[in-house]
Write a protein that binds this ligand. Structure first.
Ligand code: GLU
Length: 418
């Protein structure tokens, strides 16, 4: 019931029900897919540096595991709810199925602001949270990864805590680990690079050349936004604006990526970047540009601001940045929308590679991983475009149709126990 209190979950559920109708989904399968298979709510006590004990709520939602062990990130954010986590777990399920991974979908969250914790508080919170999840996770059961507010170090502590409990080093329990601990080369770049693989294909479809006259703007400068910016800049495109929750910068002649990195690393904002004007998030979303990448939070483009969006290609690097009611407005404006479950799938695809390498104890070089990632992204993009053309539906609907269809097929084949 609580899931229904999250607008994000409501949105994801409505989207699912619409697509279920379009693909004539078996009603028994639809009924099962309306809610997650398994949900755990924990309250995580953490001794702070001042000796006071704080308690943070945490969740892990395993949405569906018909296709394989559950897979999906963990986010640390003070305002995250169980319903939001379930919505994200649902999207993970469709995403993993869409790109053909032998994995189910899950998501986890801890209601904490990681920027307000010291390193040792963050470590204690992570270790206790992992302990609370211990019966649920494992390399054959459910494999967490980083999401918003979580980094490689957090994954290293999770891996260590789990390993201590099972009595053996178990690198395959999480992905997005540091490379020295069995993390994969290219995992760090993969989500942003995957977004740009999709943009390259979309550009080709609409006859847009990618050169210094092609402008792009990015919302969010975390792992996904910064890596997408780097990849687009490498293709020769002109980076004209970037924002985070702390504001941003704009320069129609182009921003200097190295200076932006330095400034953001040192100050956590772009205030020290001098060669541009200040710009707000609202202004960035309405900016005249060729490519707009949304790599921050959910619910950024809504029915209220969709008609101001002026880009030609809109890529969802984050999960759920365009709301369902805004979708038709974006499409009517002739914008090529790359939906999240396709555009940002590079992260979980590289996670899948990391998991496979950990289990095999055999590691690939970065070129091999990039080649395999590109192949899967290209195939998934083509299949989605083709379905969208033959069925005369949007890219998002086509992606969901494929993802949900594959999960349903696996569920029908497995049948219902008992
Ligand atoms: N958090 C990422 C996502 O939303 C990656 C998940 C993973 O690697 O398991 O796709």
């Amino acid at each position: 019931m609580k899931l229904r209190q999250s607008p994000f979950f409501e949105n994801a559920l409505k989207q699912f029900l619409d697509v279920a109708e379009k693909i004539n989904l078996d009603p028994n399968i639809a009924e099962r897919l309306k809610s997650p298979e398994r949900t755990l709510i924990v309250n995580v006590p953490v001794r702070m540096d001042n000796d006071v004990v704080n308690v943070f709520s945490g969740f892990r939602v395993q949405y569906n595991d018909a296709l394989g062990p559950s897979k999906g990130g963990i986010r640390y954010h003070p305002a995250v709810t169980l319903g939001d986590t379930a919505a994200l777990a649902m999207l993970m399920t469709w995403k993993n199925a869409l790109v053909g991974l032998p994995l189910g979908g899950a998501k986890g969250a801890l209601c904490v602001d990681p920027t307000r914790l010291s390193r040792s508080e963050l470590q204690r919170a992570t270790r206790r949270f992992t302990m609370e999840l211990i019966s649920m996770i494992g390399p054959d059961k459910d494999i967490p990864a980083p999401d918003l507010g979580v980094n490689e170090q957090v994954m290293a502590w999770m891996m260590d805590t789990y390993s201590q409990q099972v009595g053996a080093a178990s690198p395959g329990v999480v992905t997005g680990k540091p490379i020295a601990l069995g993390g994969s080369l290219y995992r760090h770049e993969a989500t942003g690079r995957g977004v740009v693989f999709c943009i390259e294909q979309a550009a080709e479809k609409i006859g847009m050349t990618l050169d210094e006259n092609t402008t792009f703007a990015i919302q969010g400068f975390g792992n996904v936004g910064s890596m997408a910016a780097k990849a687009l800049a490498k293709l020769g495109c002109r980076f004209i604006s970037v924002t985070t929750s702390r504001g941003g910068v704009y320069n129609s002649k182009g921003l200097k990526l190295d200076d932006l990195y330095r400034c953001y690393k040192e100050h956590g904002s772009f205030k020290c970047y001098k060669d541009g004007e200040q710009i707000t998030n609202k202004e960035l979303l309405a900016l005249e540009c060729d490519i707009l990448v949304l790599a921050a939070q959910a619910g950024q483009i809504t029915i209220d601001n969709a008609e101001h969006v002026k880009c030609k290609i809109l890529a969802e690097g984050a999960n759920g940045p365009v709301t369902m009611d805004a979708d038709p407005v974006i499409i009517d404006r002739g914008i090529f929308l790359l939906p999240d479950i396709l555009a940002n799938a590079g992260g979980v695809i590289a996670s899948y590679f990391e998991w496979v390498q950990d289990i095999q104890r055999l590691f690939w070089d970065a070129e091999e991983i990039e080649r395999r990632l590109k192949k899967i992204m290209h195939r998934s993009f083509e299949q989605t475009v083709n379905l969208s053309k033959t069925q005369k539906v949007s890219m998002r609907t086509a992606a969901l149709m494929r993802g949900i269809g594959k999960v349903a097929q696996a569920m029908l084949l497995r049948g219902l126990y008992p």
